[in-house]
Design a protein around this ligand. Sequence first.
Ligand SMILES: [Zn+2]
Ligand SMILES: [Zn+2]
Length: 355
Amino acid sequence: MNSYDIAEWGQPLQHRLRHTPEPGPDEVLVKLSYCGVCHSDVHIREGFFDLGGGNQLRLSDRGTKLPLTLGHEPIGVAQAVGSAVSGVEIGRTYLVNPWIGCGQCRFCKAERDNLCNNMRALGLASAGGFATHLLVPHARYLVDADGLDAASSAVLACSGVTAYSAVQKFGRLDADDWVAVLGCGGVGLMGLSVLAAMGHKRVIACDIDDTKLQAAQQVGAAAVVNLKTTPGPAELLKISGGGLAHMVDFVGAPATSQLAIPALLKGGQLVVVGLFGGALPVPLPALAMREVSLRGSAVGNTAQIRELVQLVRDGKLKLPAVQVRPLAQAEEALRDLEAGRIIGRVVLDTAEAAG
Ligand SMILES: [Zn+2]
Ligand SMILES: [Zn+2]
């Protein structure tokens, strides 16, 4: 099998040729068709996330060992199963939920692996999908995606489920509530698509790039705000007629999240998803007096990916267009993503590399 791996933190990915593994009793070997390239991959390759104030969350401190095959938006065909696996059909196409926990704690037992303290996510703590083959620890991480367009469905495993899980955290959402989506990269566009699938109309898309804002309008944003030319909360307050019920920050930078207190209505909520990095100084009396909630959201679980697939099958969720590139261009894709040169999502064609 072929894979593209981090051999050294912060260095270009390296091509590696090795034996295709045999699945153990509970494992499933998937011959990959595509794997999406996520902005987190840029941070993972660097080896850390910026926590603000000069602090870093280092993957090596969390037990990640190199070499590591990157990639956590895999979709492919079941090729071989272990002796204890049931319910998987060889030759059928499955999305792989890469957000895999320890399997032992109360969260994992409730299939809420994304809340596990000892996650061993594919492409982050164990081998991921920038490869021709992927060993999945258990069949319960597979979601039947047979018959869907595999290239555009790959992104459901991270950007799709991340956006879906974040928007679900809004809780109550009335038709006349205004919401803002901050950041219109791959996950932001998925967030807009999920809101459109829910039939919600009053959505303001914010970014600092007009091309991304045009893409946002195409997936249903009712209004757009360029935060570079129109910074601050004034435009958001004007469009919404006084304030937003919810904001979801797919950037996760101080410049975006700090809009929460001035732009949200009383009782409003900010959901922080993006991992750009930094810290947010919050005036605590304003938080109390305005009853604003700040909450985080990271990825999602197998059940949510299954729900997303159903939304696609029902024709409710339109998947954003993807750019397909060969697996061998994984490194260039990361560089383009880092430089902000990608609109939407790049998906690597891993089947072609298998030959
Ligand atoms: Zn991701
Ligand atoms: Zn666990």
